[in-house]
Design a protein around this ligand. Structure first.
Ligand SMILES: [Zn+2]
Length: 567
């Protein structure tokens, strides 16, 4: 007897091959049967799926879910998007091994991204990757999760952060050996590979040779490398070449993650980078990319945009992030902005003085005001789509950006969003069509979608609508790629790159991670104006054989697994 029988679905199996109508049976968490015959075994439950596509559950190649999974462990926002497996530990961040600095930073980031207090996060009581994975397993998870080791975090663990020695370009021999030991330990404990963030501190301080040395350790296990490369604008092509070199010298598979070219001067460069990737592949270097299909790289509350030049990855980033997401801080900013001008409001506390020194006061004359756009301002709908500079003039403030931002912040009661890092629609379409690109969100799982971002909270529609947008808009409506190819980019392509065992395809004996969606109406509904909206048309999501989204309704199951890399 089957646990579950899904009848008359159009099976799009993840290979990219044409879909076909069949019945799919699930038993003990695995796909037990794929049949076109109506002579079927009994099943405890049957789902009639005529008109629905049955695909492998989507794999999100780039998340920061390690910061939210303890507090949001049912993974509802991911499941509602059709995602069943998430890659954690991207951009070089690492929450292991733990020392005092990493403990504090992890605690603050977890509270900030999870939107809870630090005490609600609980103790950071793991010491290494093994302990961390055990912890997640103990809490339980609604989605499958897996972990990469973060180069930046490991560098900071061994060498200290910037200002503590981490700014060294070349580690001493003992330091490099220590880093290799840590990477080795992570790989032994189940990491799938190494991630890096080479435009963040301290990853940006590492030269290519350091990454090659660490990569050799990863490669000896058969692991892979996912990199937020050094530059996504001016030096994009060079940065892709660096990733290719690292993979060429180590034998690691590599992905240029959240691939994009932002800033008008750089639009079109993804044609060059995908050419570089293709050339490398012809030479036998196994590289690819992943991307999120959105026209801006970042969205934030206009309050945080005061500080966009201030680097969140500096030494005191934990403190800053806590401050940015703390309601009381925002209320006090609002009060100060009401009582005084913007400059004076920013200068009232030591913290604010630091922010002001690195933030908008420094950048007010810079090009950011031309490359940051208003996307949500209920009090001024006519300003939406305008740059900060244009909006400043529109409000009659001439060149006083700071006062314009103050007015926008107050008149919208703190609910004014801006977006920056403009990406060219034609580049997105190129990446959709490019055969070696997977889909990712660069986001993190949550228990529910909030109504609207509160001040200080990170927001971007990519968390909700990335997969549905490719299926609905780019595949169905614009016919840029076939449905089958779109599904391949979300399933077998990332699964085989990462090295997932028996996931990413609809095949007998594979784990029953399944997403059933309606190809007629699957659609992204999230926008920069209102980012927290679930996609339409994702009807059922099954994780390891259990129905986690049932006719659109989340079931709060915890049938996800903590995956560990097997050589
Ligand atoms: Zn990144």
């Amino acid at each position: 007897m089957l646990d579950l029988l899904i009848r008359d679905a159009k099976v799009v199996d993840g290979t990219g091959n044409p879909g076909y109508t069949a019945h799919v049976g699930v038993k003990e968490g695995k796909i037990a049967l794929i049949s076109r015959s109506d002579d079927l075994p009994e099943a405890a439950r049957t789902i009639e799926a005529r008109g629905l596509v049955l695909a492998p559950g989507f794999v999100d190649m780039h998340t920061h879910t390690e910061y939210t999974i303890l507090c949001h462990n049912h993974g509802i926002t991911s499941l509602k998007a059709g995602v069943t497996t998430e890659v954690m530990g991207m951009c070089g961040y690492s929450i292991f091994p733990v020392n005092e600095t990493i403990r504090q930073e992890a605690h603050a980031r977890m509270a900030g991204l999870s939107q809870v207090s630090q005490s609600e996060v609980g103790e950071i009581d793991w010491r290494d990757l093994a302990g961390w994975l055990d912890k997640v397993e103990h809490v339980g998870t609604g989605i499958n999760v897996l972990q990469y080791a973060g180069h930046g975090g490991i560098r900071a663990y061994v060498m200290g952060k910037e200002g503590e020695g981490g700014e060294k370009v070349i580690p001493a021999k003992e330091q490099l050996d220590k880093m290799k030991d840590v990477v080795l330990q992570c790989m032994e404990q189940g990491a799938f590979g190494l991630s890096s963030g080479l435009n963040y501190a301290p990853g940006r301080n590492a030269i290519t040779e350091e990454l090659i040395e660490l990569g050799k350790v990863v490669s000896s296990f058969g692991g892979s490398y996912i990199s937020h490369i050094r530059s996504e604008d001016e030096h994009l092509a060079w940065s892709c070449s660096e990733l290719i070199d690292i993979c060429r010298h180590t034998g690691m598979r590599g992905s240029v993650t959240h691939h994009k070219a932002f800033g008008k001067e750089n639009w079109g460069k993804v044609h060059h980078t995908t050419y570089l990737i293709d050339q490398a592949r012809e030479d036998g270097v196994d590289v690819m990319c992943d991307f999120y299909p959105w026209e801006y790289a970042a969205e934030s509350n206009i309050g945080t945009s005061f500080y966009t030049d201030f680097e969140l990855s500096r030494r005191d980033s934990a403190e800053l992030r806590g401050w940015l997401t703390d309601e009381a801080s925002w209320q006090s900013l609002k009060t100060r902005l009401k009582q005084t001008g913007a400059k004076e409001a920013l200068a009232t506390t030591e913290r604010s003085r630091q922010l002001a020194a690195h933030g908008v006061l420094a950048s007010a004359g810079g090009r950011r005001q031309d490359s940051t756009f208003i996307v949500h301002a209920p009090a001024y709908p006519e300003l939406c789509g305008l740059s900060i500079r244009e909006a400043t003039r529109g409000l009659g403030f001439a060149d006083d950006t700071l006062e314009a931002c103050r007015k926008l912040y107050l008149d919208n009661d703190g609910y004014c969003y801006v977006a920056g890092g403009k990406i060219w629609e034609q580049d997105l379409r190129h990446l959709v069509r490019y055969s070696r690109s997977a889909i990712s969100t660069d986001s993190w799982t949550m228990e529910r979608a909030p109504d609207l971002a509160r001040p200080g909270m990170s927001s971007h529609p990519r968390a909700y609508g990335s997969f549905a947008r490719v299926l609905g808009q780019y595949s169905r409506d614009e016919s840029l790629i076939t449905l089958e190819d779109a599904v391949r980019k979300m399933t077998s392509l990332p699964a085989s790159f990462i090295g997932l065992r028996k996931r990413g395809l609809i095949q007998e004996g594979y784990w029953a991670d399944i997403t059933l969606f309606n190809p007629e109406n699957v659609a992204n509904l999230a926008t920069f104006d209102n980012p927290f909206v679930y996609p339409a048309g994702i009807n059922y999501v099954i994780v390891n054989g259990e129905v986690a989204v049932d006719d659109g309704r989340p079931q709060y199951t915890k049938s996800g697994k903590v995956l560990r890399f097997e050589r």
